[in-house]
Ligand binder design. Structure first.
Ligand code: ADP
Length: 166
């Protein structure tokens, strides 16, 4: 039910991919830029109707030219040392994204906030895995597959370690 893959999230054939967006929801660097490039200008046009989102929130759009049918745009926190609610805000991103995908069968997440936003990877991974496991166990959704899409081998190793039994 939970899978770890390494690669480009824009290539994944899943119902929804999650974007590590910023509050404007109008595109940016990293995975956000890659998703907008692959989805085409129609994605930006749809995002312009959303009015942005607060940190910890998520909003859903269509996937346009992506293989994925939908994009869930989640705004992760900028790491400011850990004492500014970063853990809770990141957990909220995962919960909101899963809630917005609860009518779908598959969703893929990038490592939200761990790039330019500098959230420590292992700490972020533990939060991501905890929230996904909790959501899946609670029921009330149609999800059959949750993918953690890692961009680097180092990130993939962290996800595999955190997901390994004990
Ligand atoms: P943030 O601003 O939330 O930190 P970034 O896009 O800078 O977002 O980084 C989030 C994660 O997404 C990082 O692990 C980065 O390596 C990864 N990433 C960048 N491009 C892609 C992509 N095309 N597919 C999957 N992950 C990506």
């Amino acid at each position: 039910m939970i899978e770890v893959v390494r690669g480009d999230i824009t290539k994944l054939d899943v119902d929804a991919i999650v974007n590590a967006a910023n509050e404007s929801l109008l595109g940016g660097g990293g995975v956000d830029g890659a998703i907008h490039r692959a989805a085409g200008p129609e994605l930006l046009a749809e995002c312009e109707t959303l009015g942005g989102a607060k940190t910890g929130q998520a909003k859903r759009t269509r996937g346009h030219r992506l293989p994925a049918r939908y994009v869930v745009h989640a705004v992760g926190p900028v790491w400011r040392g850990g004492g500014h609610g970063e853990d809770d805000l990141l957990a909220s991103c995962y919960r909101e994204s899963l809630r917005l995908a609860s009518d779908l069968r598959s969703i893929a997440f990038p490592a939200i906030s761990t790039g330019v936003f500098a959230f420590p990877i292992e700490r972020a991974t533990r939060i991501a895995v905890r929230e996904v496991k909790r959501f899946l166990a609670a029921g009330g959704h149609s999800l059959e597959k949750v993918v953690f899409c890692c961009f680097s081998a180092a990130d993939e190793a962290v996800y595999r370690k955190v997901l390994a039994p004990e």
